[in-house]
Design a binder for this molecule. Sequence first.
Ligand code: ZN
Length: 230
Amino acid sequence: MKKAVVLLSGGLDSATVLAVARRQGYQCHALSLDYGQRHSAELQAAQRVAEQLGAAEHRLFPLGLGALGGSALTDPAIQVPQIATEGIPVTYVPARNTILLSIALGWAEILGARHLFIGVNAVDYSGYPDCRPEFIRAFQNLANLATKAGVEGDRIQIHAPLIQLTKAQIIRLGADLGLDYAATVSCYQADPQGRACGQCDSCRLRAQGFAAAGLPDPTRYAQTQTKKHP
Ligand code: ZN
């Protein structure tokens, strides 16, 4: 069985990617990075999803990006915006996907895996530069220049199966693969029980995705007064 390292945040997109990789027959080694997110609910979600989808194993890698700060997701002094903002939002974690893929790449080489899966999406997304197809292509080049496996001709492939899908298409794909999205947490500031704020960018994209897919949204929201964005 082909081995793959799958980056699994516990959110909707990466859970779908794990379901896709499993369906394609990969033995999946799921990797979650505890990079100093504001909450641990999404890491618990990652654990649930890894179990549900039959990952061969699930590793949690501590990585204190909070020591650098610079993002609303890692620095408590920066507020998560409650409305859509212009340009690249403050929830962008500087160089995050480069850092995550680099760690996944190192683990893949150790495992003898030649496939990396990441749930980036360049359609319904927040405009992060490290979610674009050109970034994925560039990282794949780097991966093959930077590793023993790559220079010995055992090429490493980066798979981003969601990159050109809308959020609604992603949700339909996962639903078709039997994924239970109730296990996932997308909110940038979920409470310790994993209940979503209903207002951040990630909540908005998720709610709009379920509405557009015509599927019931299993998201649990923290406050009854929270406005949902259809
Ligand atoms: Zn939220």
